[in-house]
Design a protein around this ligand. Structure first.
Ligand SMILES: [Zn+2]
Length: 200
């Protein structure tokens, strides 16, 4: 004998979590955001219950905006918040050109910074640079990313000496317009354009 509270059908607009039992399969069809196991329908996502009486369908509307959840292959933009010889850490502000909040954290290993061998990350990217990167593993925390790709790399960088914007003067070669200091970065073709968008 089970308690009624576990067997009752969830109400419309009730907030549920993944794994919450919603209804019995005899009475309802599991819709979006649900899965069935045995005789029951469960919530697959966190969100609000939606019941369609005519269709006898029960579904869960996820509260998360799907566009904001990073997936493998997504293009992100963010600032370098930490840099060591072996990796950089990025605070991701945009996923596929859409702003995200709160931000995601992504790490990029030195082997994913450039096609060429690098002794150290700072030959290609430095602290406080803005980069366009690709998600290569969205299932890990932090996300794993890569800067290898034609439209990927540093899109904006400041001078290490004076902080002013660096101007691109050649392939991977930058110069400070203020103090004439030269620096090296793995830049994108549209470096410095201020464009966040990319072409797919
Ligand atoms: Zn400078």
């Amino acid at each position: 004998m089970t308690l009624d509270i576990y067997n009752r059908i969830k109400d419309t607009d009730e907030l549920v979590f993944p794994g919450t039992r919603l209804a019995v399969t005899e009475e309802f069809i599991g819709g979006q955001g649900t899965f069935s196991e045995g005789n029951y329908i469960y919530a697959a996502v966190a969100g609000k219950v939606n019941i369609n009486i005519e269709k006898h369908e029960i579904s869960v509307m996820s509260k998360a905006k799907p566009a904001n959840v990073p997936r493998n292959g997504d293009i992100v933009i963010g600032g370098v918040v930490n840099a060591s010889r072996q990796m950089i850490t990025i605070s991701v502000n945009y996923i596929n050109n859409k702003e995200v909040y709160p931000t995601y954290t992504m790490v990029i290993h030195v082997s994913q910074i450039s096609r060429e061998y690098l002794d150290s990350v700072d030959e290609a990217v430095r602290l406080a640079d803005i980069v366009r990167a690709k998600v290569i593993d969205a299932k890990t925390i932090p996300l794993q990313g890569s800067l290898i790709g034609s439209q990927l790399g540093v899109i904006l960088a400041g001078c290490s000496r004076c902080g002013r914007k660096l101007e691109k003067i050649g392939r991977d070669k930058l110069k400070c317009s203020e103090c004439s200091y030269f620096e090296k970065r793995t830049t994108t073709i549209d470096y410095g354009s201020g464009k966040l968008a990319f072409k797919t």
